[in-house]
Write a protein that binds this ligand. Structure first.
Ligand code: ASP
Ligand code: MG
Length: 403
């Protein structure tokens, strides 16, 4: 078997952890498998590098930022190959340039386009463990790029797809994917399996276990993933197309506090108003999430939407700039202490009543809903941030997710 194993920063944070990972990879190697290892930077090294850059030049170019950040992964792969060698197993570390992992040229947010497999196959044929840098690529002029924070997961999935790997294992510091964040809902339970679509909803809702694009790519190329802990031997969570094992109405409850609600009040009620509003925001690269338009009152209407905290300033400035000239609204209000709570489940597509049940749980614990949005397999409500734990727990209980 050809196995791709990806280990996150906490799994290689120090000498002891590096040897722990080396040994786990060697077990697979000695069982006769071909082993490709993808690593993140050690511990919080990426943050350390970001701070160093900020100290030298807060306006550093994105090209130099990527040149700097890619050193984090280069450090961990070299040390890992050394650790394996010291345990008597031949290993070779390779970076994005040496493999040739071609990406777009969008520094700090590049997309992998193509991976040359020849060098990797050659090293595997020579019975080496191949240890590859996550998170990085090279553009067509051989500049280093990075794939966005958490991007090593995407490197691993891309390699698994390119190499037609038999397994792709993502090792992290939690046991797998849970029915809720255990820090928010202590009764949360680990799932045996989850579909790509559910995982995508959960990833974008801030569950944080997998890089969003890695799940998109896994779905596109049919790469089955296992998410599990590097710190114990527990079975992880399988991420795949259709989970027959656990056909559940609702798989999980996600919470996200990184939300700001912005309301634009007293807009004219005529065609083109929403277009203008969201065009201004799009022009300034503001990502808008939930949108709510009120019914008409006195010839006017209000539109509320949510953005992340990082985008809030830009959104507010943009609205201020266009308030009088183009939008002609009465006022804008900003509410920062709000949070999203969502239920996600592939079973929702075929079973009615999920939203009602969720709202009943919120009613039971006296939590008011500010805004609602849905997808085929998700219902999200916006609530006051101080209620987010209560709300998540009540919903988790209502759907008996703890089992
Ligand atoms: N080291 C990078 C980061 O911290 C990539 C990763 O860990 O996946 O974002
Ligand atoms: Mg990660």
């Amino acid at each position: 078997m050809l196995i791709v194993k990806k280990f996150g920063g906490t799994s290689v944070a120090n000498k002891e952890r590096i040897f722990n990972v080396a040994k786990r990879c060697i077990e697979d190697y000695q069982a006769g498998n071909q082993v490709v290892v993808v690593l993140s930077a050690m511990g919080k090294q990426t943050d350390v590098l970001l701070d160093m850059a900020k100290d030298i030049n807060p306006k550093a170019s994105r090209r130099e930022m990527d040149m700097l950040l890619t050193t984090g992964e280069q450090t961990s792969v070299a040390l890992m190959a050394m650790a394996m060698d010291s345990l008597g197993v031949p290993a070779v570390s390779l970076n994005a340039f040496q493999v040739a992992m071609h990406s777009t040229a969008d520094y700090s947010n590049a997309k992998l386009k193509r991976i040359d497999t020849e060098r990797i196959y050659n090293e595997l044929e020579n019975r080496k463990i191949v240890v590859i840098t996550g998170f990085q690529g090279i553009d067509k002029y051989d500049n280093y790029t990075t794939l966005g924070r958490g991007g090593s997961d995407t490197t691993a999935v891309a390699l698994a797809a390119a190499l037609h790997a038999d397994a792709c294992e993502i090792y992290t510091d939690v046991d797998g994917v849970y029915t809720a964040d255990p820090r928010v809902v202590p009764k949360a339970r680990k799932l045996e399996a989850i579909t790509y679509d559910e995982m995508l909803e959960l990833a974008s809702l801030g569950a944080g276990v997998l890089h969003n694009r890695s799940v998109e790519m896994a779905k596109k190329y049919g790469v089955q993933l296992v998410v599990r802990s590097s710190l114990n031997r527990n079975e992880g969570t399988i991420v795949k197309e259709d989970t027959k094992m656990e056909k559940m109405l609702v798989s999980g409850v996600a919470t996200d506090k990184n939300v700001v609600q912005i309301s634009v009040e007293g807009l004219e009620n005529k065609p083109g108003v929403a277009f203008k509003l969201f065009q201004h925001l799009a022009n300034h690269n503001v990502n808008v999430d939930m949108i709510l338009q009120s019914v008409e009152h006195g010839g006017k209407q209000d539109i509320s939407f949510t953005v992340t905290e990082e985008d809030a300033e830009e959104a507010i400035n943009t609205l201020d700039r266009h308030k009088e000239s183009s939008l002609k609204c009465d006022k804008t209000t900003v509410t920062r202490d709000v949070a999203k709570v969502s239920v996600v489940g592939a079973g929702m597509m075929t079973h009615p009543g999920v939203a009602a049940k969720m709202f009943e749980a919120l009613y039971d614990c006296g939590v008011n809903i500010r805004q609602i949005s849905t997808s085929e397999i998700r219902v999200t409500v916006l609530v006051d941030e101080k209620y987010v734990e209560d709300a998540a727990e009540a919903i988790h209980d209502k759907f008996s997710l703890e089992k």
